[in-house]
Design a protein around this ligand. Structure first.
Ligand code: URA
Length: 188
């Protein structure tokens, strides 16, 4: 079956594939430009995201928005989503069965948006997309190419809020991101 956005939203709004649906106020599917060249993937919705049904609208979202602005991007130009689309209780990391149950939705999003570049915000996003346990301290800013798509692991904005000393490294990652976007400009 060919997927489309209507089907995606219909399925995700009714989703009961893992236990997280029981605690949600809203599903947080993702948002942004459905044809974005850049996709950013976080971990899972927090309290404010759950209330609003939108990704990265709390404090870490504010920081993410600022970081995008710093490289000349508006949120509306990119596509932002998470590994899991329902809030894990007390903002814990998603359990493997929750991430696995939700991955088909992320695959649909990647297939529909067809981004050239995917920024992985933190370890959880790396684990479930690249299939690797990556230490962000060591592996941030290192490009991974898979089937013509460029993946860039970097710090989760919440980690930057907890430890502002990491912001300089994250800034360098975003400079690399800007360079790669320029390099790929004009490619179909
Ligand atoms: N943290 C995430 O990983 N995703 C959000 O949407 C908000 C906070």
């Amino acid at each position: 079956m060919r997927i489309n956005w209507a089907e995606f939203y219909r399925e995700i709004r009714e989703c009961e594939r893992c236990a997280l649906y029981r605690g949600r106020l809203n599903v947080v599917p993702g948002e942004g430009n459905p044809r974005a060249r850049l996709m950013l993937i976080g971990e899972g919705p927090g309290q404010q995201e759950d209330r609003m049904g939108r990704p990265f609208v709390g404090p870490s979202g504010e920081l993410l928005t600022k970081m995008l602005h710093a490289i000349g991007l508006e949120r509306s130009e990119v596509y932002i989503c998470n590994i899991v689309k329902c809030r894990p209780p007390k903002n814990r990391n998603p359990e493997p069965e929750e991430a696995q149950a939700c991955l088909p939705f992320l695959r649909m999003q990647v297939a529909l948006v067809r981004p050239k570049i995917i920024v992985l915000l933190g370890k959880v996003a790396c684990r479930w997309t690249l299939g690797e346990e990556i230490s962000i301290t060591r592996g941030h800013g290192v490009w991974h190419e898979r089937k013509g798509v460029w993946f860039l692991p970097t710090f989760h904005p919440s980690a930057l809020l907890r430890d502002p000393a990491k912001k300089a490294d994250a800034w360098e990652d975003f400079q690399k991101l800007r360079e790669k976007m320029r390099e790929l400009e004009g490619e179909p």
